[in-house]
Design a protein around this ligand. Structure first.
Ligand code: ARG
Length: 463
């Protein structure tokens, strides 16, 4: 590196090229450039507003920064490694454009409060975009649920057939998870949206700045109360990464189900050609790459959360260069979550079809109505635990005889217990088994219908 750095004359020589490269963040923090410019424009306005610089100077800085923005958008300004980071890059280009007045921009500010401001402005936008994507995803799930209230699907515990449920009920479980994700991000947003601008390097500044003024210009809800905390806090990043990780947990669980459902063992869904891939060697194969990738990408998002926690745990106050390491994880998390939400939304919108015939058969071929036999007896005065034991025996002998519960003759039922009557067949039919679970939040059709109405209003009113 031939040129000396932006920092003071204290330095005799330039950085070793490898160290300059090691130190630089421009290759990734360029992502923040628009936010850096917006933040600097607010800072310039504040400097003029408080009389720290003249109005003409403030004006020159503002329009010069706008010029940098336009140059960047048109590909005319592409800062390289010599700029070290996006903050130096913008300031340097500004000074080339507006002359010496550009050197006044950094009055009463440090890159420490600057980068904190940029990151928050960036995350604020991204959180809103992710929340909108969650809404799209929820809408698609709800649309499918609405059409499948009376479609039955085996319900599992321990991945063993347990009780049949409405397919709508199953999908609405994921709707609820996405709803919590949406709410959680709103909560995270409230702590992202606090301005550290004006905290300076760590201790505040000797200039009569107005932090509320910049906060207002940048639409922040509040300002950091303590300058040391303001420049070194990354709780908001940890919280975002945590919320993102939970979104990925949900998408990954759904992915796992789709992968199982698409297998020959389940055959509950067919993947459409637009969302499945083939094998390079086995001509018969259709692979669920989309959900597999979502499941796989979950790992890196968890990794970024872990990395951020570890970055923070040993940091003394206030800013430390370690904090430069927050960005790549945040950016990659944002990109990954957005890509996964988009892919899963498309997958459910047009990439898979439930196999209704197969589902209808699936819910008749097992003992998942056994609880209902016990409930039948319990409703007729037999203590539940006793009823449970009686049904356990019935299941055992039926398995030995190669029969299902629906195949037993009425006499057989009555030999087991005199409370059984002809209505036992209706009581254990899959449709009735589902319909009867009409407790609040259960899979009974009436409950599911109400849940759908509620979900629809939630989507319409919460925005
Ligand atoms: N590139 C730096 C970062 O991302 C900007 C802040 C640098 N501050 C400093 N004191 N060196 O954290």
């Amino acid at each position: 590196m031939t040129e000396k750095q932006t920092w003071s004359q204290r330095f005799e020589s330039a950085l070793h090229p490898a160290i300059a490269h090691f130190n630089a963040s421009i290759s990734f923090d360029i992502e923040l450039i628009e936010y850096d410019i917006t933040g600097s424009q607010a800072h310039a306005k504040m400097l003029a507003h408080t009389g720290i610089i003249s109005h003409e100077e403030g004006e020159a800085l503002f329009t010069g920064l706008e010029k940098v923005r336009q140059e960047y958008r048109h590909g005319e300004f592409q800062p390289g490694i010599d700029a070290e980071d996006v903050h130096f890059a913008v300031e340097k280009r500004l000074t080339e454009i507006v002359g010496d007045v550009g050197k006044k921009l950094h009055t009463a500010r440090s890159r420490n409060d600057q980068v904190g401001t940029d990151t928050r402005l960036y995350l604020r936008d991204q959180i809103q975009q992710i929340r909108e994507q969650l809404r799209d995803f929820q809408t698609v799930l709800l649309d499918i649920a609405e059409k499948n209230i009376e479609t039955l699907i085996p319900g599992y515990t321990h991945l063993q057939r347990a009780q049949p449920v409405s397919l709508a009920h199953h999908l609405l479980a994921y709707f609820q998870m996405a709803q919590r994700d949406w709410e959680r991000l709103e909560d995270v947003y409230s702590r992202v949206n606090i301005s550290p601008l004006g905290c300076g390097a760590l201790a505040g500044t000797t200039f009569p700045i107005d932090r509320h003024y910049t906060a207002k210009l940048l639409d922040f809800d509040n300002i950091y109360a303590n300058s040391l905390d303001g420049v070194s806090d990354r709780d908001f990043a940890i919280e975002f990464l945590c919320a993102a990780s939970i979104i990925m947990v949900h998408l990954s669980r759904l992915s796992e189900e789709v992968i199982l459902w698409a297998s020959e063992e389940f055959r509950f869904v067919t993947l459409k050609d637009s969302c499945a891939t083939g094998s390079s060697i086995m001509p018969q194969k259709k692979n669920p790459d989309v959900p597999e990738l979502v499941r796989g990408k979950t790992g890196r998002v968890f990794g970024h959360l872990q990395a951020m926690l570890v970055i923070m745990k040993g940091l003394p106050l206030a800013y430390n260069k370690d904090l430069q390491e927050d960005k790549e994880g945040i950016f990659d998390t944002v990109n990954t979550v957005k890509a996964c939400l988009e892919a899963m939304t498309i997958l459910f919108q047009e990439g898979l079809e439930f196999r209704h015939q197969r589902l209808a058969t699936a819910v008749t071929e097992d003992f998942s109505n056994a609880t209902d036999v016990a409930d039948y007896l319990a409703a007729r005065g037999v203590p539940f635990r006793e009823a449970y034991n009686i049904v356990g025996k019935i299941v055992k002998t039926s398995i030995a005889a190669g029969k299902l519960l629906k195949d037993l003759q009425l006499e057989e039922w009555q030999q087991i217990h005199p409370a059984f009557a002809a209505d036992i067949y209706e009581a254990i039919s899959p449709r009735q088994v589902v319909a009867a679970r009409n407790s609040y939040g259960g899979t009974g059709f009436n409950q599911v219908k109400q849940a759908i109405v509620k979900a629809r209003t939630q989507l319409m009113t919460d925005d």
